[in-house]
Structure formats: structure tokens, C-alpha cells
Design a protein around this ligand. Structure first.
Ligand code: ATP
Length: 268
């Protein structure tokens, strides 16, 4: 059974179609990188999957039509890391991470042993236990990002949707996070992360979905999706492709030459 099935998703915003007829299935064990240029529709697709934006088409979560699930049932099945890293209240880090447990218990119930264990595991996995008592508003941008990721992990949902989770993280924590997502997938969960770093996407994701102007233009293993010609056509960049320790290396190097760019505009 798939964790998420999107069928014919279309979204119009500001009187303009920003997603058109997108269909996508995510299974347990997959780490899907959602890639594409700025404005391609990545965040909108994640938001449509969560019912946060009005969309045409159908969304099924764990085999159930999303429209039939309550907000709490949805939160038990999908954790979401939004692009915005805004933390409004100066609550402590561990209290904020603990909010990820809210769907698992009644509105006024105290945290139980399972909740506390999930919070400890999330604090440990994101290496933020050392500042658990600090007000979350006082952390650096990267530290805040790790706290919000920990909150999503504490939710222990089978599927995690993460919007640009590596933004603002240093290389150690970017790689640590990609490794963690790959581990979650290996443990049988599903992860969909929108990513701009094609090098990380190539190396760590089991599958890439490339969006351009609201449509999926490629979907498959990283080696199939990321080709020199696609990077020219979709991103207008020339990239280095190589191999390191058995993995694909992709590093954008420069913009395509302006005559090639003009040609690309004509063909798109
Ligand atoms: N509330 C809105 N009203 C009108 N247009 C919107 C609105 N929100 C998003 N859009 C437009 O929808 C398109 C898709 O936006 P979206 O944020 O999904 O792209 P994205 O691929 O996540 O981009 P980025 O990589 O820059 O974060 C963009 O052209 C954006 O300007």
C-alpha cells in the first residue's frame, strides 16, 4: 500500500495555474527528492498533498482518501516540515519538539513514556539535546531548523514531507540530515524532500521527481533524472558529472552559454 497517492493534482493561485495534472505515488522505503527551479511548484505540491491549498484531483494517504481523514488522523500519517523557519513563541526546545507528539494523545493529556521516548530520540538524532532548555527563539537559523526537523521526527509518522530541509544547515548537518532521511527510508518510512542542492539529491535520494513550471518532467532514479542536457534545459546550467565511492556526483559549474540559452527558451 502506498503512503501517498496524488492523482491529477492541479492548483491555481492568483488566477494562474501553478500545478497542472501532477500524479505521484510514494511508497514505504522511498526517499524522494523533489527538485526543480524556483517557482516550479515544489512547495505547492507538498501543500496540496497536505490539504493546505485548494487543489483539483485526488489525494490518498495510506490508501484512504485524504478528504475523509480528520486533521489528527492526517498528522498521524504525515509529518510536515514547512519552508518557513519562524518560531513565534519563546518556548524551550524540548517543549517545542514535544508538540510533535500532539496527534498521539488527547488535547489535554499529559505526555506518557512513549511520548518522552520519541522526543528524546528526536533530540538525539538532531544533536540538539545540549540546548534542550534554551528558548527556541534564541537559536541560530540552522539550530532552529534542526529543532523543527526534530519536532517532525517526534511525530513518528510513516511519511515525512520536508520543504527545503537542508536550507541554512552547514555541510556536516546537511549530510547528517540526508543520511538520516535515507535511514528513515531504509527503516520502512517514506520521505519526500524538496531540494535545491542537486549534489545532495543525486547522492542520497532513491528517486528524484523533477518539476518544471508545474509539471513533472522526469521521475526516476537520480542517474536517469539528472542528465547534462536536462540541467541545461530546465536549470540553464552546465554541470560536472562524476563518480565518487560508487555514488553519482553532480556539481553545477556555470550558466549555459547565452546562445544555448536563447535556443532553450525557443524550445521550451
Ligand atoms: N499565494 C500565491 N498567490 C499567487 N501565486 C503564488 C502564491 N503562492 C505561490 N505562488 C506562485 O506559484 C508558483 C509555485 O510556487 P512554489 O512556492 O510552489 O514554487 P517552488 O518550486 O517551491 O519554488 P522555490 O524553489 O522558489 O521555493 C510560483 O510561481 C509562485 O510565484
Amino acid at each position: 500500500m502506498s503512503l501517498l497517492t496524488l492523482s491529477g493534482i492541479g492548483v491555481a493561485l492568483g488566477g494562474r495555474d501553478v500545478l497542472g495534472d501532477v500524479s505521484l505515488t510514494v511508497d514505504a522505503g522511498e526517499f524522494v527528492g523533489l527538485i526543480g527551479p524556483n517557482g516550479a511548484g515544489k512547495s505547492t505540491l507538498l501543500r496540496a498533498a497536505l490539504g493546505l491549498v485548494a487543489a483539483r484531483g485526488t489525494v490518498e494517504i495510506g490508501g484512504m482518501p485524504a478528504a475523509r481523514l480528520s486533521a489528527r488522523e492526517r498528522a498521524l500519517r504525515i509529518a510536515y516540515l514547512p519552508q518557513e523557519r519562524e518560531i513565534a513563541w519563546p518556548v524551550s526546545v524540548d517543549m517545542l519538539v514535544g508538540l510533535g507528539r500532539a496527534p498521539h494523545r488527547g488535547p489535554f493529556a499529559a505526555a506518557g513514556a512513549k511520548d518522552r521516548a520519541a522526543v528524546e530520540a528526536a533530540l538525539g538524532r538532531m544533536e540538539i539535546a545540549a540546548f534542550r532548555h534554551r528558548p527556541a527563539t534564541q537559536l541560530s537559523g540552522g539550530e532552529k531548523a534542526r529543532v523543527l526537523i526534530a519536532r517532525a521526527l517526534a511525530q513518528e509518522a510513516p511519511l515525512l514531507l520536508a520543504d527545503e530541509p537542508t536550507a541554512g544547515l552547514d555541510p556536516e548537518h546537511q549530510i547528517g540530515l540526508m543520511r538520516l532521511f535515507a535511514d528513515l527510508a531504509r527503516e520502512g518510512r517514506g520521505v519526500v524532500a524538496s531540494l535545491h542542492d542537486l549534489g545532495l539529491a543525486a547522492r542520497w535520494c532513491t528517486r528524484l521527481v523533477l518539476l518544471d513550471r508545474g509539471r513533472i518532467v522526469a521521475d526516476g532514479p537520480p542517474r536517469q533524472v539528472l542528465t547534462p542536457q536536462r540541467l541545461r534545459d530546465i536549470y540553464a546550467v552546465e554541470a560536472f558529472f562524476g563518480e565518487a565511492a560508487g555514488g553519482l556526483v553532480v556539481q553545477p559549474l556555470d550558466l549555459v552559454a547565452s546562445n544555448a540559452k536563447n535556443e532553450r527558451t525557443v524550445h521550451r
